[in-house]
Design a protein around this ligand. Structure first.
Ligand SMILES: C[S@@+](CC[C@H](N)C(=O)[O-])C[C@H]1O[C@@H](n2cnc3c(N)ncnc32)[C@H](O)[C@@H]1O
Length: 262
């Protein structure tokens, strides 16, 4: 009966991730499969129901209040630790801004033990998952529960060799966003004003000032936002070079800003 249910679920939600989550499910006798199906039919994300999501090389604990790590974001980690098309990257002092479950920074740290990681997150609920995942993955990093722009005011400039961020970047008016995402995932992790670009634009100057010379800011954005971001960065006074990366689907997905030596 369990096997039939799993087969049906895999048919409906067929993906590598679903399979892995289901593998985890077999160890969880407390979850009633009937109840899971009922919640799925109501539109709740499978990852929230089972409390786990797979990202890159590890499983992350997730639940309401924290963004479910996305496959789209794996290309950033892949670029840092494997591809290095825009590298090399100095990962001695890394900052993950808007860390959520912790997936970006933690995956880098898992691969590069030399890295000293600080993860910053302002949402209370997301932060509790950040702590949980840090413990579960046996990671040593500094976790900061604060608004980035407030925290930034207390920091020294030229501190970080590498900054990674996946900020909220969806336009409030976006009509294409799935109902499941809109209804279940935290609005504060998804949406940003000014056509979805407020967070990136508000964070840009502080982030650049935190970078060491030759330091990198790698940032995810929405696949329609490249042209607007390009003009925004051209309007800044320079002092950096910019490259653009794509996700697995070939869509513009992230930029790599390298600060020039002064
Ligand atoms: C798109 S989610 C990304 C989460 C995670 N990095 C990932 O890739 O799955 C953006 C995250 O930024 C956090 N965030 C939004 N505004 C912030 C701020 N001003 N300071 C710190 N974190 C913020 C949100 O709570 C959310 O967890």
């Amino acid at each position: 009966m369990q096997d039939d249910f799993k087969k049906n679920l895999l048919k409906k939600y067929s993906s590598y991730e679903t399979e892995l989550i289901l593998l985890g499910l077999s160890q969880d006798s407390e979850l009633s499969l009937k109840l899971i199906e009922e919640r799925l039919l109501l539109g709740e994300p499978l990852q929230y129901i089972v409390g786990a999501a797979f990202f890159y090389n590890h499983t992350y604990r997730v639940g309401p209040g924290v963004l479910i790590p996305r496959l789209d974001s794996e290309c950033l980690v892949e670029e840092v630790i494997k591809v290095q098309k825009f590298g090399p990257y100095d990962l001695s002092k890394v900052l993950d801004i808007g860390a959520g479950s912790g997936c970006l920074g933690f995956e880098i740290l898992k691969e590069r033990k030399e890295c000293c990681l600080t993860s910053i997150e302002n949402s209370h609920q997301s932060f509790s998952y950040l702590e949980l995942n840090q413990r579960q993955l046996n990671i040593k990093s500094n976790l900061v529960k604060e608004d980035f722009l407030t925290w930034f005011k207390t920091q020294k400039v030229h501190e970080y060799s590498f900054i990674i961020s996946n900020p909220p970047y969806i336009d409030y008016e976006d009509q294409h966003i799935e109902r499941m995402v809109k209804e279940y995932e935290p609005q504060s992790a998804l949406f940003s004003k000014n056509d979805g670009l407020s967070h990136i634009m508000d964070w840009a100057k502080p982030i650049i000032s935190l970078l060491k010379p030759d330091g990198i800011w790698m940032c995810e954005f929405g696949f329609t936002q490249k042209a607007d971001l390009k003009s925004y960065f051209e309007s800044l006074s320079g002092g950096f070079t910019l490259n653009w990366g794509r996700d697995l689907a070939g869509q513009d997905r992230y930029f790599v800003l390298r600060k020039k030596h002064e």
